[in-house]
Design a protein around this ligand. Structure first.
Ligand code: ZN
Length: 219
């Protein structure tokens, strides 16, 4: 079922509230977007708390970032969202936030790319670490460009996380899973050891995920 623009506005409000309640977006940080069609992306406005957004606050921009609709200004990170849409034609939603545990890894200079937890390996996969890039500048996009095609999310050095998926539900779910996985990895570091899944385990998991995907498509 194709969603109307109005439904996408409500989805963004709801996902923003959820991120805010989870502590992923302190003050007015973080931004979320959905691809409406080949010509339009709907993105959250700059300078508004993710917990206090109204449906009419959302801004519509062209794939090049030109303002198309809305009274507010688009997020200053819109270029990063548009880069993901350009590099990943199948992606329908992009979310960026600063969840504290995952961001701690980004600030420590550590990727979250260990194959340790089954669900995470199936739903998200390895999350690489991009070098630091100044927010809101082409330097940030340049730091992410090479990592976006092969991954479902990227840790942004000294900054936060960008995650994406076929729709907002999948993209936001990945962000939540990344923060949860960061806590798990933290636990293994405290325990002083990690027991990674083997390449054979991973191959079987991906096969199971593929079969599951086909089954749910057939429903
Ligand atoms: Zn940020």
């Amino acid at each position: 079922m194709i969603k109307t623009d109005g439904q996408h506005r409500l989805d963004l409000v709801q996902a923003g509230r959820r991120f805010d309640e989870s502590g992923f977006c302190p003050a007015t940080s973080g931004n979320l977007s959905v691809r409406l069609d080949a010509w339009r992306v709907m993105i959250t406005p700059t300078g508004v708390s993710k917990g206090a957004m109204k449906p009419e606050d959302m801004v519509v921009v062209s794939p090049k970032g030109e303002h198309r609709f809305g009274r507010k200004h688009a997020s200053s990170e819109k270029d990063m969202h548009l880069l993901v849409y350009r590099l990943r034609p199948e992606v329908g939603a992009v979310v960026h936030a600063h969840p504290p545990k995952a961001t701690a890894f980004a600030c420590a200079g550590l990727a979250l790319d260990q194959a340790l937890a089954t669900e995470f390996s199936m739903m998200v996969g390895p999350v690489p670490l991009a070098r630091y890039g100044t927010p809101g500048t082409p330097d940030l996009a340049a730091s992410l460009e090479g990592l976006i095609p092969g991954h479902n999310a990227v840790l942004m050095g000294n900054h936060g996380v960008v995650a994406y998926g076929k729709d907002l539900f999948e993209a936001a779910g990945r962000m939540e899973m990344i923060e949860h996985f960061a806590e798990i990895v933290q636990g293994t570091l405290l325990a002083g050891r990690q027991t990674p899944l083997t390449p054979e385990d991973l191959a079987k998991l991906h096969e199971a995920a593929r079969r599951y995907g086909e089954r749910s498509k057939g429903r």
